[in-house]
Design a protein around this ligand. Structure first.
Ligand code: ADP
Length: 473
């Protein structure tokens, strides 16, 4: 099976057998073989060769190809969504929003290109100074499984607009959608070698990250892999490495917030959307100690009981689907067992029903003395009862991560205190943590990442600024 797209040709991987399985019924939906290190190197060489002409194209030429891609992706929106649902188990309504986000990224990235990297001129001491931007060169792009079309696309579009060429290594858990997205690029008539797809697991990723021929790497994935890549890039300051990783995201319900229905709704959207497999999902919920917290947790327990979890195409539509794999489902249950052994108590315990399905879990960890600072990438929400907003913020900041955070409060002074003191890249008030804005920076400090390779600011990491200075005669 020809599963690698290198130099405008579909070729078979010469490495190991790969398969993709639907997490909701365990059926195999895709089979192929992985790229070997030699094929990865061939893809990098191809991208380097293609760079010679691609970087000379005008912005307009590149923009036209990318606008054609948007049009084709729009026409194929339902098919994109269908494959993602099949491969990840995410509800069909949700993957339709992902397909729309793929198209939406194009306009945002064009705007960002002009605003962040457009040419700027000024006079200084009689010299004409023009700030120009130039492509970095060959970009390696790594994608995760949770948004297998939208997130790598968010790296690819800015990289191409800036004049880079690409070697794309998708998650080995989502090869079917990666392959389909490449067939859409192929239809745009993009020159051979400008985008290349190499499929495979960790070994393929290592070969690409270690290739001497890449100039930069844009990554969205787990903190674990991001840290490995960071170590790999150590000692190569000339290579750009932009990492967007996870979080151990806190959500605080203020002692003054009385609307239990609204709180339960926002918490459920924050913790269990995409079955808890979004990097912005709430992982720790801070509720007021005492009766108010009890009332909220009761309400939340009732709301959880009503949540519908099912196969992606089921009618009526489910709110959430399964975990990406049976191993991932087991990982969440193991995390819960570990927390319970450390002294946590289950308010609603997560359970595996069948295949990779895990029901939402709500675990009170207030009494756990040494709470692990880990991202549990699934539907497991840890509850911490607090007294005083300042204490909640202090505990919320007790993490090496800092991606998203949220406050439910109608009090402006509390919100000011929260945004002033919380350590997070994306801070939300009275809205779910899981909604992001494409026009804002996306990422966070600490172990959540280094730069902002997604959304609007991705443009900054796809081109280097060139100062061109013309002296007077
Ligand atoms: P997620 O679980 O969110 O998909 P991962 O970090 O597991 O995130 O994977 C992100 C991408 O990084 C995938 O394409 C994966 O194959 C790749 N990858 C995993 N481990 C390594 C590694 N050690 N070196 C390079 N790439 C890796």
């Amino acid at each position: 099976m020809k599963t690698q797209w290198i130099s405008g040709q579909w070729v078979a991987g010469e490495g190991e057998a790969m398969a993709s399985t639907s997490p909701y019924d365990s059926k195999v939906i895709w089979q192929g073989t992985s790229a070997t290190s030699a094929q990865v190197e061939e893809a990098v060489t191809t991208a380097r060769d293609a760079l010679v002409e691609w970087r000379k194209t005008s912005f307009k030429q590149r923009e036209n190809i990318i606008l054609a891609f948007a049009e084709i992706a729009k026409e194929n929106g339902d098919e994109i969504a269908r494959i993602i649902s099949q491969e990840t188990g995410k509800p069909f309504w949700e993957t339709k929003t992902e397909a729309a986000a793929v198209v939406g990224k194009v306009a945002v990235s064009i705007k960002a290109y002009h605003e962040r990297t457009g040419e700027k001129q000024r006079e200084a001491a009689g010299n004409k100074i023009v700030l120009r931007h130039r492509p970095l060169g060959v970009m390696a792009i790594f994608g995760p499984y949770n948004f297998p079309a939208h997130l790598p696309n968010g790296h690819m579009i800015p990289a191409l607009l800036a004049g880079n060429t690409i070697v794309y290594k998708p998650s080995e858990q989502t090869p079917a959608i990666a392959e389909f997205m490449m067939t859409l690029w192929q239809k745009t008539g993009i020159p051979d070698g400008v985008i290349n797809l190499v499929q495979g697991a960790k070994e393929t990723g290592i070969a690409l990250a270690e290739s001497k021929g890449i100039d930069g790497l844009l990554f969205t994935g787990s903190a674990n892999t991001g840290h490995i890549l960071h170590r790999q890039f150590a000692g190569q300051p000339g290579k750009m490495l932009a990492l967007e990783m996870g979080g151990n995201n806190p959500m605080v319900v203020s002692e003054n917030y009385g609307d239990l229905d609204a709180a339960a709704y926002t918490i459920i959207q924050s913790a269990y959307m995409s079955a808890g497999q979004r990097c912005t999902c709430a992982r720790r919920l801070f509720v007021p100690a005492g009766e108010q917290g009890d009332a909220l947790l009761n309400k939340l327990t009732q709301s959880i009981a009503k949540m519908k979890m099912d196969e992606p195409f089921a009618e009526p539509a489910p709110f959430m689907g399964p975990q990406i794999s049976i191993q991932a489902a087991q990982g969440i249950l193991n995390a819960q067992t570990n927390l319970l052994s450390l002294g946590a108590s289950g308010i609603v315990e997560a359970k595996n029903t069948q295949h990779a399905f895990v029901t939402p879990g709500l675990i009170d960890v207030t009494n756990v003395a040494e709470l692990p600072d880990e991202e549990y990438f699934g539907p497991l929400l840890q509850v911490i009862r607090y007294q005083g907003l300042d204490n909640a913020i202090k505990q919320a900041n007790d993490t090496c991560f800092g991606l998203s955070a949220g406050l439910l409060s109608t009090n402006d002074a509390e919100w000011d205190e929260f945004v002033e003191n919380i350590r997070a890249g994306i801070v939300n008030r009275n809205r779910p943590l899981t909604g992001a804005s494409g026009d804002a920076p996306f990422g966070g400090p600490g172990a959540s990442g280094n730069l902002r390779p997604s959304a609007y600011y991705a443009a900054d990491y796809c081109a280097y600024p060139m100062a061109s200075i013309e002296g007077s005669e």
